[in-house]
Design a protein around this ligand. Sequence first.
Ligand SMILES: [Zn+2]
Length: 87
Amino acid sequence: MAKQWFRERECIHKDEGAAGESYSGVFYVQALQRLPIDSAMQMARKVESFFWADAPHIIVWLCHECANDLGIADMPRAVSQGVRKQA
Ligand SMILES: [Zn+2]
């Protein structure tokens, strides 16, 4: 069991060459839940979807703009090193 289980999702801007960071899926979901529903739905359209139950096994790559929209751009602890502690 373990590390290979992680899957990566990314926002639509990665293909355009945007710079960004990887965040834990759990953190992404929590941030999404804090947003007003309209913003959350807009945001969710920019990132490949996954079952929230799988969030502990997901890493979400977000460009700076999307991270900003989510309100997690200024939270370095969100970056994926935190994933293993939460699992
Ligand atoms: Zn983006």
